[in-house]
Design a protein around this ligand. Structure first.
Ligand SMILES: [Zn+2]
Length: 243
């Protein structure tokens, strides 16, 4: 029997519907009652804040199924305190779904990060990318000490670190932690080139001091990329810098 799931890349919208029907039938056949159980409840333990990039799909990367991860994505995984979209999603995830983990996930080879680094003019998105340029400017010394070809990936990690802090200092998280809700925020980076996730060691739980963890994370990023560039480690204590 013809199986559209085994075809190559779908060429048109009809293919997408064909794939969808096949997928739904397969799920129902393998796991009878799967969809009816989804209708009744949504109890994901995880919230994923990632880049809109089509190569970084939260569910596939983590092996999570429908109902298991609450997802918010935008260009270059940015969390801004005036962004009602992101804040509403975080509030819903924390206060209603009671997720236990929020991961901010950047990815190497991110077009948004690259554009920020180059100062390229794209259009309206420049104003969004400006947030990453603020991160770039904050870490100008670190970035300029690296060879050009490593800067974008280092900035990807620095951006994740900054966005983890932005989530942590939001009123939603302050309120959650003040009522002792168990929810932590993590900073990860995904390798489009190898399909692997890296934990950047930036995990905030409302107990440990944000400032110290932030500084240690930046120090680790500095150490990691300097080492990759085989630069002298003059001002870095490896014992402190290694995760
Ligand atoms: Zn991206």
């Amino acid at each position: 029997m013809h199986d559209p799931m085994e075809n190559d890349t779908p060429d048109n919208l009809e293919d997408l519907f064909a794939h969808n029907r096949t997928w739904a039938a397969r799920m129902e056949r393998d796991r009878p009652g799967f969809f009816t159980s989804l209708v009744k409840q949504q109890t994901p333990k995880y919230m994923w804040i990632g880049c809109s990039d089509s190569r970084v799909p939260a569910n596939q990367i983590t092996g999570l199924e429908p109902g298991e991860v609450f997802v918010h994505r935008n260009v270059a995984n940015i969390v801004v305190h005036s962004d009602l979209n992101a804040l509403s999603a975080i509030q819903f995830a924390v206060e209603r779904l009671k997720v236990q983990h929020i991961m901010v996930v950047g990815h190497y080879g991110c077009g948004g990060v690259q554009a920020a680094l180059e100062g390229a003019r794209i259009g309206l998105a420049d104003n969004w990318i400006r947030h990453i340029q603020d991160v770039r400017d904050r870490h100008r010394v670190l970035l300029s000490s690296l060879p050009e070809e490593l800067r974008a990936d280092a900035l990807c990690e620095l951006n994740v670190t900054e966005q983890v802090v932005n989530v942590a200092v939001s009123t939603v998280m302050e309120d959650a932690w003040s009522r002792k809700q168990s929810v932590s925020i993590h900073g990860w980076a995904f390798g489009v080139h190898d399909g692997l996730l890296q934990d950047l060691g930036m995990t905030l739980d409302g107990v440990k001091p944000i400032e110290a963890l932030y500084k240690a994370a930046v120090q680790r990023i500095r150490y990691k990329w300097s080492k990759r560039a085989e630069l002298p480690q003059a001002n870095v204590d490896p014992a402190q810098a290694e995760p």
